[in-house]
Design a protein around this ligand. Sequence first.
Ligand code: S3P
Length: 426
Amino acid sequence: MNQYFDKINSLKGELFLAGDKSISHRAVMFASLADGKSIIHNCSESEDVYSTIKCFQELGCQFNKNGNSILISGKGFKNFNQPKNFLDAGNSGTTTRLISGILSAQNFTSVIIGDESLSKRPMMRIVEPLNLMGANIEASENGTLPLKIFPSKELKSIEYKLKVASAQVKSALLLLALHLEIESVIIDPFNTRNHTEKMLNLKVEDTIDGKKIICSRKNYPEPFEMTIPSDISSASFFIVAALISKNSEILIKNVSLNPTRTGIIDILRQMGGKIELMNQRKEFGEEVGDIFVQSSELKNIEISKEIIPNIIDEIPILSIAGIFAEGNFEINHAEELRVKESDRIKSICSNLLKVGLDVIENKDGFMIKGNIKNNFAEFESFGDHRIAMAFAVLSMMLEKGGRVNEFDCVKISNPNFLEQIKSLHI
Ligand code: S3P
């Protein structure tokens, strides 16, 4: 589906977004691991989280939807059913990498497959360290899906320092560690998102090498009930749209404000964005609050290497904010963008060329200079939800609007994007 967007004048109103995708994946997984019934309220409505649910249904867990809540019957320690079919992770890197840790501990063989995009993404980053723990995983010759996970001869705990800035790799190792009596220690020098640690109540120490996370069977989840706060990554598209359009004022309610995810707010504020956090509180161990945003004059700033893992999913929409800010927008040290749902450096740069901006692409980032020259443009989503939504926002800023091709991929994280943005138009 190719989607047209007209120029918007201003955005006004209140938004309630579905639950955070990262937290929802984990909630579904931990409920499935637990022995008994759990309840999740405000779960993400994304196709990605649905991929996780389908995998655990295949492993014998039951899911019953009741309005905005899901009741999950988990199977308990090493008690999953042997899957009859391949486990299809769809487009979801989080499903694949996290479930690999769990499957490595089971006494049956399983195979994980995915769509075309996921089948190109690197998997050796989990295969190598999981196999160091005694897992028995085979990837394709290219180090990609399908992953064949055989029962292990002998699993052992590990002390491991992350080589890539990836919460998915960290979580895969922690989820296998959860099945071992002896403690494993995972060191995260990059400060990647910490939902797994928080939700499993893991011990975390600050060391000069990074966060030292300790995990063992003692941390195996029990049935629980939780409400998932709204997704800050989904919110960031509306935040930027409100900042860069005139006379806008929006309030996004009950958003997850976990500090490992709020880099986007810190940067936009440093750029001059009028963003207020209200009603801040802690719920189920996670920071939550309302985000109030007003149109602002923005200035580009230097973006440090250290904050990149925190804003990795927000770089597409941050670069759109950067176009409307004074000075040049520059991002470096973001080579991880090349292995997301699309090569996001390439996707962003090639779309920006379509509005006549000067773009310098490099190995681990890009720089945007000049001014928008066209009053209409046709953008590609590259089948990547975050590229689709970022360029929807840019389309809405062009004099004659714009078009985003293959827009339906937004369902991967936010199937309700179109209705939500329409609800804010005046
Ligand atoms: C995620 C971690 C990040 C992020 C992805 C979700 C998670 O990926 O880009 O959207 O839920 O753990 P990496 O761990 O590969 O950086």
